[in-house]
Ligand binder design. Structure first.
Ligand code: ATP
Ligand code: MG
Length: 447
């Protein structure tokens, strides 16, 4: 049987530098668990290397976001991290961005910068090849590293200086058409976050320095969140968006359903309105983490950078634009904040670095090794990701590592179960163990 090595990993050979001690520098739980589970290492303040385990999770989150962007009709491209300063001077943001922008000079003394975001560059690219109103609508996105020299980088990857973002940009002929693109992105966000097992609450936001009039932040609730949030409790109980939503249909009812109740962050919170509209027993005041942010801002960049089209009647029109960000690397920490216990991370299956963790309690015992090897290759051949703890360690240490790295299903092999030709399967989330036949487990995985 040929198995794809990326599906099947032996812990004895894997680079998984787990820490027994709690790192002192980490203030939040997700940061501590990411360091302890060997997911990341700090290179300098707010700048991290992603080790194999963390990298797997980052890529799984990225792939969910990509699939949902594609489903909404957005097209992926890739822009560079380093940008020329000229386009930023045209939009006026070269000054406005201040010290958050990392500025560098090349050997010819030209001013360059490490992109904190991409409105200018995408508008220039798209604008250069634009002819007529027939070239729109379009939504373009990329998934790329950004750099913002944050005053206070903290909470590990949640507020880094270098971080990984999905940013999309919409181009439309009219504000009404722009609203449609905005709604598509809105729905794709609901869908992306639901697939990651998150309850993300859309909250009306301030458009801030980007300018414009329509904006929502997507927030998950967590004690360590940086913003204070106020909302109607019905928001938190809304079912995740079901698969039926079609992008060619009318999305407005979905948007309305998700935004009909009071929900705001501290920046835009209207206390009087909150008290007027939300009954006392439904008021939620909590802390939240912003995982996504969408804006519709009209023609600010299209005018400055010349994304202008000819109209059918001979006139000209600067395109109506929106931009849509998701913090992919922040989500790794955010998901941990939302899903963990005292022993470690509890990954939702969709983003788990491995689906199955195989624990051989008697490494070196012929019968146990044989059964473990057969499960290892069978699971991998089914396309599930498996990590096999084949080290000669104490059982306690093996269990602790599996719990810490948060693998959803733990298969435990020891002399007793091998003798009876069954396996023990522990569910990381419920903590419950169950004995089952090999086939019953493989069927569970297939389902
Ligand atoms: P914040 O208010 O948290 O600084 P922002 O409004 O500056 O966020 P955007 O410019 O809208 O963020 O960026 C889109 C997304 O990128 C955010 O919703 C967030 O998930 C992520 N993000 C922004 N800054 C950082 C950072 N310093 N580290 C990690 N992720 C970030
Ligand atoms: Mg910011």
């Amino acid at each position: 049987m040929r198995i794809n090595p990326s599906h099947a990993v032996r812990m004895s050979k894997y680079f998984l530098p787990v820490l027994r001690e709690t790192p002192q520098e980490a203030q939040t739980l997700s940061h501590r668990y990411m360091l302890r589970a060997g997911m990341i290492r700090q290179a300098s303040a707010g700048i991290y290397s992603w080790l194999p385990l963390g990298f797997r999770v980052l890529k799984k989150i990225e792939q969910i976001v990509r699939e949902e962007q594609d489903r909404a009709g957005a097209q992926e491209l890739l822009m560079p991290t380093i940008q020329p300063s000229e386009i930023w001077k045209k939009s006026g943001r070269y000054e406005d961005y201040g010290k958050e922008m990392l500025r560098v000079k090349d050997r010819h003394n030209r001013e360059m910068l490490y992109g904190p975001t991409n409105e200018e560059l995408i508008t220039e690219i798209f604008g250069n090849d634009l002819r007529s109103y027939r070239d729109v609508p379009k939504i373009l996105y990329h998934i790329q590293w950004k750099f913002r020299d944050e005053v206070r980088p903290r909470y590990g990857v949640m507020r880094g200086r270098e971080f990984y973002m999905k940013d999309a940009y919409s181009f439309d002929i009219s504000p009404e058409a722009g609203r449609l693109s905005y709604n598509k992105m809105f729905v794709s966000y609901l869908r992306s976050f639901a697939r990651m097992g998150l309850k993300a609450i859309p909250m009306k936001a301030d458009a801030g320095p980007i300018g414009g009039n329509l904006s929502h932040e997507f927030i998950i609730l967590a004690e360590t969140g940086e913003s204070e949030v106020f909302c109607h409790s019905d928001y938190i109980d809304l079912d995740a968006l079901k698969d039926e939503a079609e992008y060619d249909g009318d999305l407005q009812p979905i948007i309305d359903r998700w935004t009909k109740r009071y929900a705001a962050t501290d920046e835009i919170h209207d206390e009087e309105k909150f008290h007027r509209e939300v009954p006392v027993n439904r008021r939620v005041c909590a802390r939240g983490i912003e995982i996504g942010h969408i804006f519709f801002f009209g023609t600010k960049y299209s005018e400055a950078l010349g994304a202008i089209v000819d109209l059918a009647d001979g006139g000209e029109k600067a395109l109506e634009m929106g931009s849509y960000g998701i913090g992919i690397s922040r989500l790794v920490g955010g998901i941990i904040e939302a899903s963990h216990d005292a022993n470690g991370i509890i990954w939702p299956e969709s983003v788990a670095p491995f689906h199955v963790g195989l624990v051989n309690l008697r490494q070196g015992d012929g019968a146990c090794d044989k059964v473990a090897e057969s499960i290892f290759s069978k699971v991998a051949s089914l396309g599930s990701d498996i990590i096999y703890d084949d080290r000669t360690e104490r059982a306690g240490a093996k269990f602790a590592t599996m719990d810490l790295i948060g693998v959803p299903y733990q298969v435990i092999i020891g002399p007793k179960v091998v003798e009876r030709n069954v396996i023990e399967v522990k569910n990381r989330k419920t903590g419950k163990s169950e004995e089952m036949s090999h086939d019953a487990f493989f069927n569970l995985l297939k389902a």
